[in-house]
Design a protein around this ligand. Structure first.
Ligand code: NAP
Length: 290
C-alpha cells in the first residue's frame, strides 16, 4: 500500500481500462515497479464499459497519458480505435498495451511475450522444436499460439470444446507460419492422443480458477509422462487441480503468476523505454503475494 506517495504537477499517468477492474493486480504491480525504480509515475484503474470504449480511448489520448493497459472485455475491440498496431498484435487479434507516441496511440500485446519469458525462466528451456498442445481457443490461446509459432515449435495442437474456434486459430497459424498446426476436439480420442504426445501442455481455459477450484480441463484419469511440462495460465489458486495432478505424476509445472508479472514488466518497458532488471520480478512477486 503506497499511502505516502506524493503526486505533483510532473507526475506521469498510466493505467488500465476494463470491466470489472476492482480485482486487477496491475495497479499494485506497476506502482511497485515505479516505486522500486524511483520513477514519478502512477498507475490508475479505469472502469470502462463496452459502450464507452471509444470515448474512453479519446479521453485518455486527450489527457496525454503515457499509455495504458487493456483488459477484459476490450482487448479485441480496442484495435479499431488505435492509430498503429504491432504486427504481432494484429496476428494475435488482441492488444493489452497502448503507448502514446508522437500523438499517436500504438497497440502492442505483451501477454504472449510475458508467457514466453515466464516459461523460459521457470523451465530453462524454450518451445523451439517442441510439440505444444494448447487447451482452449479463446483470446489467450490465440495470442500464445501465434507467439509459440513465431518461436519455432514444430507442432501445435489447439484442443478445444468448440472445434470451430480451434479451427479458426489453426487457420491463422497455417496461413502465416510453416509449423504444423491442427485443431482437435477436447475429450475426443484424437485430442487425448495429441495431449499425451505433447512435450508441453498449456491450459488457457478458466477451468480450475478460483472459486471453481475442483474443475480441470482433462479427465482425472489422464496419464502424463514425466518429461512433459504443464503450464496453467491461471494464477489463483497457485496450484490448480490440473497442476497438482501433473506434479503428482512427476511433470514440471508452471502457473500463470510469472506470465502476469512479465506481461506487466514488458508493458512498463514499452511505456518508459527502460529495462526492468530481472531481480525486480521476484521482488514484485513477493509484493503481490503479500
Ligand atoms: P476466453 O477468450 O473466454 O476463452 C476461454 C476458453 O476456455 C474458450 O476456448 C472456452 O471454450 C474454454 N472454456 C471455458 N469454459 C470451459 C469449460 N467449462 N469446458 C471447456 N472449455 C471451456 O478467455 P481468455 O481471455 O482467453 O482467458 C482464459 C484464461 O486465461 C482466464 O482464466 C484468464 O484469467 C487467464 N489469463 C491469464 C493471464 C496471465 O497473465 N496469467 C493472462 C490472460 C488470461 P469454447 O471456445 O468452447 O467456449
Amino acid at each position: 500500500m503506497e499511502s505516502q506517495r506524493t503526486i505533483t504537477g510532473k507526475t506521469k499517468i498510466i493505467g488500465v481500462i476494463g470491466s470489472p477492474i476492482e480485482h486487477s493486480m496491475s495497479p499494485q504491480l506497476h506502482n511497485s515497479i515505479s516505486k522500486q525504480l524511483g520513477i514519478d509515475m502512477v498507475y490508475v484503474p479505469f472502469c470502462v464499459e463496452e459502450n464507452e470504449l471509444q470515448d474512453a480511448v479519446r479521453g485518455l489520448k486527450a489527457l496525454n497519458v503515457v499509455g495504458f493497459n487493456v483488459t477484459i472485455p476490450h482487448k479485441e475491440n480496442i484495435i479499431k480505435y488505435l492509430d498503429e498496431i504491432s504486427q504481432e498484435a494484429i496476428l494475435m487479434g488482441a492488444v493489452n498495451t497502448v503507448k502514446k507516441t508522437d500523438g499517436k496511440l500504438c497497440g502492442y500485446n505483451t501477454d504472449a511475450s510475458g508467457f514466453m519469458k515466464s516459461f523460459t525462466n521457470q523451465t530453462k528451456t524454450t518451445v523451439s522444436g517442441k510439440k505444444v498442445a494448447i487447451i482452449g481457443a479463446g483470446g489467450t490461446a490465440r495470442s500464445l499460439a501465434v507467439k509459440i509459432a513465431l518461436e519455432g515449435a514444430c507442432e501445435i495442437s489447439i484442443v478445444n470444446r468448440t472445434l470451430g474456434k480451434a479451427e479458426n486459430i489453426a487457420n491463422i497459424l497455417n496461413n502465416n507460419f510453416t509449423n504444423f498446426t491442427q485443431a482437435l476436439l477436447l475429450y475426443s480420442s484424437e485430442g487425448v492422443t495429441a495431449l499425451s504426445k505433447a512435450d508441453i501442455i498449456i491450459n488457457t481455459t478458466p477451468l480450475g480458477m478460483y472459486p471453481n477450484i475442483d474443475f480441470m480441463p482433462l479427465s482425472s484419469d489422464f496419464t502424463f509422462s514425466k518429461q512433459q511440462i504443464i503450464f496453467d495460465v491461471i494464477y489463483n489458486p497457485k496450484k490448480t487441480k490440473l497442476l497438482k495432478l501433473a506434479e503428482e505424476q512427476g511433470c514440471t509445472i508452471v502457473n500463470g503468476l510469472g506470465m502476469l508479472i512479465f506481461q506487466g514488466i514488458l508493458a512498463y518497458e514499452i511505456w518508459t523505454g527502460l529495462e526492468v532488471p530481472n531481480i525486480f520480478a521476484n521482488k514484485i512477486q513477493n509484493t503481490l503475494l503479500a
